[in-house]
Design a binder for this molecule. Structure first.
Ligand SMILES: *[C@@H]1O[C@H](CO)[C@@H](O)[C@H](O)[C@H]1NC(C)=O
Ligand SMILES: *[C@@H]1O[C@H](CO)[C@@H](O)[C@H](O)[C@H]1NC(C)=O
Ligand SMILES: *[C@@H]1O[C@H](CO)[C@@H](O)[C@H](O)[C@H]1NC(C)=O
Ligand SMILES: *[C@@H]1O[C@H](CO)[C@@H](O)[C@H](O)[C@H]1NC(C)=O
Ligand SMILES: *[C@@H]1O[C@H](CO)[C@@H](O)[C@H](O)[C@H]1NC(C)=O
Ligand SMILES: *[C@@H]1O[C@H](CO)[C@@H](O)[C@H](O)[C@H]1NC(C)=O
Ligand SMILES: *[C@@H]1O[C@H](CO)[C@@H](O)[C@H](O)[C@H]1NC(C)=O
Length: 491
């Protein structure tokens, strides 16, 4: 693949850089998280920023380096001794973004008298183990693993509980997307330290041999088909139309002018980048298909896919008229504010956040993706592990370990897991890798038919569908139960 070698989650997950994945969704997410960085546009929530010293390597005795992990604190509602600690297990980006987009924790903290903590994942945001050398080579990058990140969180939790006032504080972890995977896993690995987990849109089964590679693309497609029955058909038709129209120099020029691209389409590599960029947008739209106006990956109207598909209803559209309709549709994503002067389909210069996720996708987090162009609306593209692995080798001098995540955390048999709520929105393509069966009375699954990517973690909103209101009710009662169980033991 040319310009866009893509992969992963999230707020929950796909990236942009090397891998053979179809959707750069994760990367897109990353990029927008990073670009928003600390200056989230609307800082609804207020906190103090602190740091905590952790070991670079928790699992050997030979590396003694340490670094400062960042975390955000709000203790306004912390009530009395042993108040609950609500702990967000940070994912791939600046922690501020997750704090601002996890309104649920802020909404329920007063009711529980809880201390709020948002911990930044190592190698993201400003939590760099080796400063600006963190990504310089495989040796410095090698400590970027989910295991090390969880060990950071555990050390931080132990530190937060080192005070007599918090010694028996129950700890409830929250996370969405990759952060939700970490929430579930940290409860599984450290049940003696973490009392319960709300794991929203956590695709812990999106791994090789567990989830079919085409599942993600099919859910994206069904979201577009549900908005209008012709919408996914026209998008499927558009790939060939783009190829055909841009096969001549005149066509490339026409396309550049009519789509207001920032730079010209010169060769097949650019056309390929264009298609990959479009695929990313469709995946992102499916993730953030929220019922109300929001600015997570981009400023968007409520139910943005419906707005996109309003332009893609005429089955006879083909050739240039199809591409003009598609441009109008894409505008919903690229130009909702009306302030976008031109469309940039280039990969942004790789920044640290991108490298972080691409690296994780090349080590433990290999999430196979493919399209067949028949049951989904994308151009056919098989999953090719060899190509993927070769690209990882080229980029980082490492090869992925396909089975590592399932070996470390379990995929097919999770029967030992307790005190976890897995929530899945059926509009969310990442639900493809979610847990869908109640594992036990204390590990349950809540399905949100009208939910996109971890909608339940967001602040309550007048336009929330009933299913998400009920999911949040379920979360609250599970948390109450976990806290009570713990208090019965220790208080
Ligand atoms: C920012 O927050 C304020 C108050 O909560 C709200 O009225 C406004 O619409 C928000 N703006 C954006 C761009 O989200
Ligand atoms: C915690 O959040 C509340 C509500 O946003 C705010 O009023 C308060 O100042 C914050 N406390 C700290 C310590 O940041
Ligand atoms: C890395 O950080 C050091 C110390 O802050 C600084 O002097 C140096 O210019 C930085 N290097 C790069 C490439 O940013
Ligand atoms: C491909 O493009 C040519 C000329 O640009 C046009 O005549 C032809 O109808 C197009 N084919 C399809 C299937 O759109
Ligand atoms: C396409 O053009 C770019 C420069 O704009 C160049 O870097 C790239 O190698 C070209 N690709 C092909 C396949 O010719
Ligand atoms: C974005 O919208 C504005 C206002 O409608 C328009 O002037 C501008 O050309 C649009 N930009 C793109 C890239 O289409
Ligand atoms: C799991 O169990 C809970 C509580 O009994 C129930 O509300 C929920 O619908 C169940 N989920 C599934 C997927 O069966």
């Amino acid at each position: 693949m040319a310009a866009s070698r893509a992969f992963i989650l999230i707020l929950f997950l796909i990236y942009h850089s090397a891998i053979g994945l179809k959707y750069n969704t994760k990367p897109e997410i990353l990029r927008s998280l990073l670009s928003s960085g600390k200056t989230v546009e609307n800082n609804t929530y207020i906190y103090k920023t602190k740091t905590f010293e952790v070991l670079v390597d928790h699992f050997s005795f030979s590396v003694t380096d340490t670094f400062k992990l960042r975390y955000l604190v709000n203790d306004t509602w912390q009530r009395g001794n042993n108040a609950p600690i609500f702990f967000y297990t940070g994912n791939e980006g600046f922690i501020e973004t997750f704090a601002q987009n996890t309104g649920l924790m802020w909404d329920i903290a007063p009711q529980f008298g809880a201390l709020l903590i948002f911990a930044e994942h190592r190698y993201y945001g400003e939590s760099m183990p080796f400063g600006n050398k963190s990504f310089s080579d495989a040796k410095h990058m090698g400590y970027l693993t989910s295991q090390q990140a969880m060990a950071d969180y555990i050390d931080l939790i132990n530190y937060l509980r080192s005070d007599t006032k918090t010694k028996h504080s129950p700890v409830i972890v929250f996370g969405g997307s990759y952060g939700g995977m970490l929430s579930a896993w940290i409860r599984m690995k450290y049940p003696h330290i973490v009392q319960g987990a709300i794991a929203a849109s956590a695709p812990i089964l999106q791994f090789s041999g567990v989830t079919p590679c085409e599942a993600f693309a099919r859910i994206v497609t069904s979201d577009f088909r549900a908005a209008h029955h012709e919408c996914s058909n026209l998008i499927r038709k558009s790939w060939y139309t783009i190829t055909n129209v841009t096969s001549s120099d005149e066509g490339k020029k026409w396309f550049k002018e009519n789509w207001k691209l920032c730079s010209p389409l010169v060769n097949a590599t650019h056309v390929r980048a264009l298609k990959s960029w479009l695929s990313d947008i469709y995946g992102n739209l499916a993730m953030v298909n929220y019922p109300y106006e929001a600015n997570f990956l981009a400023p968007l109207p409520g139910y943005p896919i419906t707005a996109v598909c309003k332009h893609l209803v005429e089955p006879k559209l083909e050739g240039k008229p199809l591409l003009l309709a598609l441009k109008k549709a894409i505008n919903v994503y690229t130009n909702f504010t009306g302030k976008t002067e031109c469309l940039s389909i280039d990969n942004a210069a790789p920044n640290l956040g991108d490298i972080g996720w691409s690296y994780q996708a090349c080590t433990e987090m290999v999430m196979p993706m493919c399209n067949d162009g028949i049951n989904d609306m994308f151009e056919p593209e098989p999953w090719d592990f060899k190509e993927y692995s070769d690209q990882c080798y080229k980029d980082y001098n490492i090869r992925p370990r396909l089975d590592l995540a399932c070996t470390e955390y379990g995929c097919k048999d999770l029967s030992a897991a307790t005190n976890i709520v897995f929530s899945n929105g059926l509009l969310d393509p990442w639900s493809s890798g979610g847990v869908f069966r109640n594992l036990s009375s204390s590990t349950s699954v809540i399905i949100i038919p009208e939910g996109a990517h971890h909608l339940d973690l967001r602040a309550s909103n007048p336009r929330d569908p009933v299913s998400v209101i009920n999911a949040r009710k379920y979360h609250r009662s599970a948390i109450k139960k976990w806290i009570k169980e713990y208090r019965d033991k220790f208080a």
